[in-house]
Design a protein around this ligand. Structure first.
Ligand code: ZN
Length: 174
């Protein structure tokens, strides 16, 4: 019987071989943001179409261009399926949940006020799912959870997310 790691490997390979929402979108209406991870050579273009504004702003379309390793490509593919059709606010929550799963906790402006905020324990294999997930369903993205054990690959896994986040900032800018 295949174990969880085998299942996760299958999910990652499936997204790598059959990437969802792959290709370019016309700009405009789409907004293109590029990102790269020089450590691995991953390059990515995130095409975003955001309709509406304010709380109603919705990611109506997203597509991924570029090339890279299986982790960066499968993570990007899974990201598109996770945020497409969601509001910008929901998409940002998914970004936060995913980065939290990768052991990255940013955007927490007052974190330095808390005495327990710097206990980065690299030996901790299990993050607190209740704190990390915050009711956001990561679905297939759970397959990338094992990446956290390979710090050098975390940048591969988060490249698409950081690039999309930057794109959302640019789209939302007044
Ligand atoms: Zn990579």
């Amino acid at each position: 019987m295949p174990g969880l790691e085998d299942l996760y490997r299958e999910i990652i390979l499936d997204h790598y071989r059959n990437p969802r929402n792959k290709g370019e979108l016309a700009t405009p209406p789409a907004h293109r943001t590029e990102g790269m991870n020089p450590l691995c050579g991953d390059e990515i273009s995130v095409y975003l179409v955001v309709d509406g504004s304010g709380p109603d702003a919705t990611v109506t379309d997203i597509s991924i261009g570029g090339q890279g390793c299986s982790i960066s490509q499968s993570s990007a593919s899974m990201m598109t399926t996770a945020v497409k059709g969601k509001t910008v606010a929901e998409a940002r929550l998914v970004v936060k949940a995913f980065k939290s799963m990768m052991g990255i906790h940013d955007g927490d402006a007052d974190s330095h006020d808390r005495p327990d905020s710097h206990d980065h324990d690299d030996s901790a294999e299990h993050t607190n799912p209740a704190a990390a997930g915050t009711a956001v369903k990561l679905g297939d993205l759970e397959a990338l959870r094992g990446v956290v054990k390979f710090p050098v690959r975390i940048k591969c896994a988060t490249l698409a997310w950081n690039t999309m986040n930057q794109g959302l900032d640019e789209v939302s800018a007044p």
